[in-house]
Design a binder for this molecule. Structure first.
Ligand SMILES: C[S@@+](CC[C@H](N)C(=O)[O-])C[C@H]1O[C@@H](n2cnc3c(N)ncnc32)[C@H](O)[C@@H]1O
Length: 329
């Protein structure tokens, strides 16, 4: 890689980058032990640390306007630059998250997802769905978007000021709360959130009460039946969060439907891109798809930005982080 020498404001910008400052803090204060290697590909910590630093340098040196919202959102999360009204919302979401996590109740839900990485369900089986017994508290802790990722989605949506937003996988509504919170503060935009389980969607709906409920459209059913219809009701989509049905084939199909409807410069975020070998392959094909101007691999999730109107036929540019930012609490 050809790294121009960093000096003056460049260096200040680089040091302000979340990953670098977080790593510096963790290493110097020794308050936390360094994270061990994670993920199916078994990347060692050193390799991820190097990736993180290269990512930080590349990002700080890039002057592309389309990626400014991503840079600003990362910085806001890492350096905790949220305003008082933003913090009030984030505190409320944490309270809802904690209450859910304490709910010790067993229920049976319909699941149209891929289950576990090694379950290898057929497309027909996923279409039909399965009845699954869950404990609400435990399931909310393991399946809901983490606080760090939620704050990033919130910060990003505050930056991009979207009108039409889409979510695949409402679950208990936690990620939806971050998205809705941002739309409320932006004072514009709508979230269409899709979910297969009626029981979960009812919990999500309750969580959305008093929290931008007027900005949310909840859609019940298997994505394979609800996505096309939802997309047909909007002119274009500005922002999408895909957080359900982590199956290679399904993820590629959802992308092939959402991307053409995404406005120029619009954003799609895919959670769990390293969840299984199939998801790794799906992410690889998505980030290299024609029309993708930028991709960001944050290890836990991936983000693509659609080519802008005046960006012509520029080849896609890919940023890969070591994912360490999202390991530090
Ligand atoms: C990881 S959870 C979503 C968590 C949520 N985004 C959050 O952070 O709070 C994934 C959700 O997608 C739903 N889901 C998975 N596959 C689906 C499908 N094919 N159709 C509809 N819903 C599906 C599951 O029922 C589950 O609630």
């Amino acid at each position: 890689m050809n790294i121009p020498s960093a000096s003056g404001p460049e260096l200040v910008n680089l040091l302000a980058l979340p990953s670098v400052s977080k790593l510096y803090e963790a290493v110097t204060t020794k308050r936390r032990s360094l994270p061990m290697s994670k993920g199916p590909e078994g990347l060692g910590f050193t390799k991820r640390l190097l990736e993180e630093l290269v990512f930080a340098v590349e990002l700080s040196l890039s002057r592309e306007c389309s990626i400014f919202p991503v840079k600003r959102a990362l910085k806001k999360v890492a350096l905790k630059l949220f305003s008082e009204e933003e913090n009030d919302i984030l505190v409320l979401i944490q309270a809802i998250r904690k209450k859910l996590a304490r709910t010790d109740k067993r229920v049976t839900i319909m699941d149209y997802g891929a289950g576990k990485p090694d379950l290898y369900l057929s497309q027909d089986a996923m279409k039909l769905g399965r009845k699954v017994e869950i404990n609400i508290g435990r399931a909310s802790r393991t399946s809901s978007t983490s606080e760090k990722c939620g704050r990033f989605l919130f910060a990003l949506l505050r930056e991009v000021k979207s009108n039409e937003c889409l979510e695949l996988g409402a679950g208990f509504g936690i990620s939806g709360l971050y998205l809705l919170g941002a739309l409320e503060l932006n004072n514009r935009g709508r979230l269409h959130t899709l979910e297969g389980s009626e029981l979960l969607l009812n919990i999500a709906r309750r969580n959305f009460q008093g929290f931008g409920i007027n900005r949310v459209v909840t859609v019940l059913g298997n994505f394979c039946n609800t996505l096309t219809d939802t997309l047909s009701k909007v002119e274009s989509v500005d922002f999408t969060f895909v957080d359900g049905h982590h199956d290679e084939h399904a993820t590629k199909v959802y992308f092939s439907k959402i991307f053409p409807k995404t406005r120029a410069g619009g954003i799609i975020v895919f959670d769990d891109i390293n969840w299984s070998e199939g998801m790794v392959r799906a992410w690889k094909s998505i980030k290299n798809a024609p029309g993708v101007a930028f991709s960001f691999d944050f290890h836990q999730f991936g983000l693509v930005i659609k080519r802008g109107r005046n960006q012509g036929d520029i080849p896609g540019r890919h940023f890969k982080s070591g994912g360490l930012l999202f390991l530090f609490g």
